[in-house]
Write a protein that binds this ligand. Structure first.
Ligand code: CP3
Length: 336
């Protein structure tokens, strides 16, 4: 996984799934029944167990730390909650200098249980299985902070971006350092690679992305310069080259882009990750198998390929199908 993310083409692509730890697993639902999402994210034992669940079950090549993009914000005192079926909700949306002033630097003590979990997970994982740390990118975090929760059109976010560019850049710079520090701390504790989630960057055109967002994602990723860095967003087909240029080693491909086109757009400077449509896991197996083979084939044209979904596992997904996809990908050697 680490080699592929660094830009090496392997005979068999490594595989993991975004949201592999979560509601598709009965063992996750059982554990979470007794703890809220946020409480779980600050409990080293729960983080460790939930992170390892999908590795044990699916035999994926990577474990993604069980956490959330808003964990570092909660850790510095932002009043927020993660509401089931909805996502992060912020008590007081940040739309002014005063709101920005409340966002202080992230310190090691703020996320101690997370770092304890990283060490414990590393100790339990087979050395060949990568531990992937992650953080939210400044734009996606800003969208939650400014809107106050999930959004469809990002109206308040874009009003600030176009209308108060100084405040915008100050806010994104602040968030970049918070996210960057969160990545650096996870790496120090044992994460061997990271993924920066700019889930909602696809709401922007290329020019605005480059002007208003990319410099800040670059700042965040600069904190992780010693490890391979995956950079992913949903609906980012128009932004793929720039997603790479923000300082990634691997570009995450959303399921709306054909993998062959993605490899062409990304070029030979970056590895790619992706991109089976998570909804396809509900189709009959022969259709899934055909698409998995096509994606692996297309990935062979890239500088390196990590097999993944093109966004997160949906809660209703049959986990048995995910296990079967892992087995299939692992069976596809270069000559297959
Ligand atoms: O397995 C993994 O991928 C690791 C854990 C992980 C979670 N959140 C756990 C989680 C990761 C990598 C994230 C990142 C995250 N969180 C993103 C970026 C990834 C993406 O999907 O694009 C975003 C946008 C968030 C914000 C967020 N948190 C959303 C949109 C939701 C879903 C709300 C819902 O209930 O549908 C959450 C909650 C969340 N984060 C859950 C999990 C397992 C579900 C909470 C639960 O189990 O009740």
């Amino acid at each position: 996984m680490v080699a592929a993310a660094s830009g090496h083409q392997l005979a068999t692509p490594p595989v993991w799934f975004m949201r592999q730890a979560g509601r598709s697993l009965p063992e996750y639902r059982a554990l979470r029944a007794e703890h809220t999402m946020l409480a779980s994210c600050f409990d080293a034992e729960l983080i460790t167990e939930i992170t390892l669940q999908p590795v044990r079950r699916h035999k994926v090549d990577g474990a993604i730390l069980f956490s959330d993009i808003v964990v570092p914000l909660k850790a510095i005192g932002v009043d927020l909650d993660i509401v089931a079926g909805r996502g992060p909700v912020i008590a007081e949306p940040v739309r002014s200098r005063a709101g920005l002033a409340q966002l202080r630097d992230l310190e090691i003590d703020d996320v101690q249980p997370v770092l304890d979990a990283v060490r414990a997970i590393r100790g339990e994982l087979d050395p060949a299985t990568a531990l992937i740390g992650f953080a939210g990118a400044p734009f996606t975090l800003a969208s939650y902070l400014i809107e106050g929760g999930p959004s469809r059109n990002y109206t308040h976010t874009k009003a600030m971006m176009y209308g108060e560019p100084e405040l915008w850049h100050a806010l994104l710079d602040r968030l970049a350092h918070i996210s960057g520090r969160f990545l650096a701390l996870q790496i120090e504790a044992g994460a061997q690679m990271v993924q920066l989630f700019d889930s909602w960057a696809g709401a922007l055109n290329r020019r605005d992305y480059v002007e208003f967002v990319q410099p800040h994602s670059r700042t965040a990723l600069s904190y992780a310069s010693e490890v391979p860095r995956i950079h992913f967003g949903v609906g980012t087909g128009e932004l793929l080259e720039e997603i790479g240029r923000a300082g990634a080693t691997t570009v995450g491909i959303d399921f709306r882009v054909d993998m062959e086109d993605a490899v062409r757009r990304v070029g030979q400077d970056y590895a790619v990750q992706g991109n089976l449509d998570p909804a396809m896991l509900f189709a009959p197996w022969p259709a899934i198998e055909r698409r998995v083979r096509e994606i692996v084939e297309a990935g062979r044209g890239a500088r390196g390929h990590i097999f993944n979904l093109g966004h997160g596992v949906m809660p209703e997904t049959d986990p048995g199908v995910l296990t079967r996809v892992v087995e299939l990908v692992h069976s596809l050697g270069a000559t297959a």
